[in-house]
Design a protein around this ligand. Structure first.
Ligand code: KIV
Ligand code: ZN
Length: 520
């Protein structure tokens, strides 16, 4: 690679599985994390931050299994600035062909007050922990958390210490989403100019979106010399989220005339990864979200449609195919066969073995019987219906009939299979969904709080499927459940039961170390 092309190359560091998964309610299962990591690897993500190994046994197992499965990507784990965290992180990432340890400490005045270290003591801690990490792994990233609110002189001092101790990447986090583009660029420029050894390492930018500036801040940092962008799919992440991968990657591609930098991302895989992350995290993508929103390529108004028909470039700055949105939305129906379904699912990113296809085909036929036209989004909903993947689950909804109308209260007859045995109950409620939930609760009493109940129509029309997401909270732990059906009340009951199944698993697995999850 020439020096010029090295300079033009921007490394994409995806933290969907760490910063993204940390956002309340976005918890993913072990298998889901492995699946997302595989998709990220295949789409050309350079570095995958797979988790925070010391946070829980579950995080450790996910990071080490992702490390074992990774083909191309560097696999990174997060560690606080202490030897125990760093050792645990190394235990998990060492299985990767290309491991990385990412260690961090909060350097701003507010963050320094937490471990009660003065500036010198913190500097010494940084030296010792980065040295320790570098003795274990030759690829070490160090982050001064809340860098954008750290005194500039002190930031230069600690970055220099980390570089001397062996850090190969220095990440500059805007932990609270406070900075603005000009400032983001100036900070990177200042570090590059002032810190000895800065030209030996890569500067990274890690922006949160509290003021809606995460993408702009990341791009400004690149223009100033940062060569690693930390981001997440769909912008998932703490509070308002992180820089969205799809936004920075497509901005660099579409506006390469003014931002002449390259990434290694296969952009045609963006849409499938986005859909999958939305499904497993339970965080739907807003309709007007840049790049991956449902409306991002929809042209409703007459003038727009007319212009589009004459020349797509009239209103489109990128082609739907560039992000993997099929140019044709081939509609499936009850006469579609197995081969057509297999090919359609393949286009949507699901490569199924024969036995998996058989199972999906049965569910597809059942859906097509109730719904004349089955669209891509219906199939994605079918594939991500957690409630239908219920083989190992404690409970399943076997039968549900709700009587509702203008006269309250509504009532629900429910048969719930719990541990292989059928249990029947009737319950009343304020509306059909409330009645169905009360019936479930009668058969499986619990104190979990309903933190979110959300219904989305998958497509248009009165026969559209509804995707229902349910989030439950118990003792500060959050679990989610999701289900889709043409009957909203059935989807709701299944999603609720799916969340309860996840709660049962969560109760069994929860370890006290879970309390540690507190990095930005
Ligand atoms: O936002 C932040 O500061 C972080 C660090 C752990 C890098 O996520
Ligand atoms: Zn963060």
């Amino acid at each position: 690679m020439t020096d010029k092309s090295k300079q033009d190359r921007v490394v994409i560091f995806d933290t969907t599985l760490r910063d993204g998964e940390q956002s309340p309610g976005a918890t993913m299962t072990h298998d889901e994390k492995l699946e997302i990591a595989e998709m990220l690897d295949e789409m050309g993500v350079d570095i995958i931050e797979a988790g925070f190994p010391i946070a829980s046994e579950g995080d450790f197992a996910a990071v080490s299994d992702i490390a074992k499965q990774a083909k191309q990507s560097v696999i990174c784990g997060l560690a606080r600035a202490n030897f125990k965290d760093i050792d645990r992180c190394w235990e998990a990432v060492k299985h990767a062909r290309r491991p990385r340890i990412h260690t961090f400490i909060g350097t701003s005045p507010l963050h320094r007050a937490i471990p009660n270290l003065d500036m010198d003591q913190m500097a010494e801690r940084i030296h010792d922990t980065v040295t320790h990490a570098r003795n274990l792994c030759d690829n070490v990233q160090w982050s001064p958390m809340d860098a954008t609110r750290t005194e500039h002189d002190y930031l230069c001092r600690v970055v220099e210490i980390a570089i001397k101790a062996g850090a190969t990447t220095i990440n500059i986090p805007d932990t609270v989403g406070y900075t603005a583009p000009r400032e983001s660029a100036a900070l990177i420029r200042m570090l590059i100019e002032k810190v000895p050894g800065a030209d030996e390492i890569i500067f990274a930018t890690h922006c949160h979106n509290d003021l809606g500036m995460a993408t702009a801040n990341a791009l400004a940092a690149v223009e100033a010399g940062a060569r690693q962008i930390e981001c997440t799919i769909n912008g998932l992440g703490e509070r308002a989220g992180n820089t969205a991968l799809e936004e920075v990657v497509m901005a660099l591609k579409v506006r390469n005339d003014i931002m002449p930098y390259r990434t290694g991302i296969d952009t045609t895989k963006i849409m499938n990864v986005s859909r999958r992350v939305a499904a497993v995290s339970g965080f739907p993508v807003q309709f007007n979200k840049a790049i991956v929103g449902k409306n991002a390529f929809a042209h409703e108004s007459g003038i727009h449609q007319d212009g589009m028909l004459k020349n797509a470039e009239t209103f489109e700055i990128m082609r739907p195919e560039d992000i993997g949105l099929a140019a044709t939305n081939l509609v499936m129906g009850k006469h579609s066969g197995r081969a057509a379904l297999r090919s359609k699912l393949k286009d949507l990113g699901y490569d199924l073995a024969d036995n998996q296809l058989n199972d999906v085909f049965v569910r597809f036929k059942a859906l097509a019987d109730r719904k004349k036209e089955v669209y891509d989004d219906d199939l994605v909903a079918l594939m991500t219906d957690q409630a239908s993947e219920a083989a190992g689950d404690l409970m399943q909804v076997k039968f549900l009939r709700v009587i509702c109308g203008t006269e309250a209260p509504q009532s629900a007859d429910l048969i719930l299979t719990i541990d292989g045995k059928d249990h029947q109950v009737t319950a009343q409620g304020d509306g059909p969904v409330d009645a169905a939930f009360n019936a479930v609760k009668k058969l499986f009493p619990h104190d979990a709080r309903l933190a979110l109940y959300q219904v989305h129509a998958v497509t248009e029309g009165t026969d559209a499927q509804a995707t229902v997401s349910v989030r439950l909270e118990e003792d500060g732990k959050i679990v989610t459940g999701q289900s889709s059906d043409t009957d909203t009340v059935v989807a709701s009951a299944r999603a609720y039961v799916s969340a309860l199944n996840n709660l049962v698993v969560r109760r069994a697995k929860t370890k006290p170390e879970d309390e540690l999850k507190s990095a930005g």
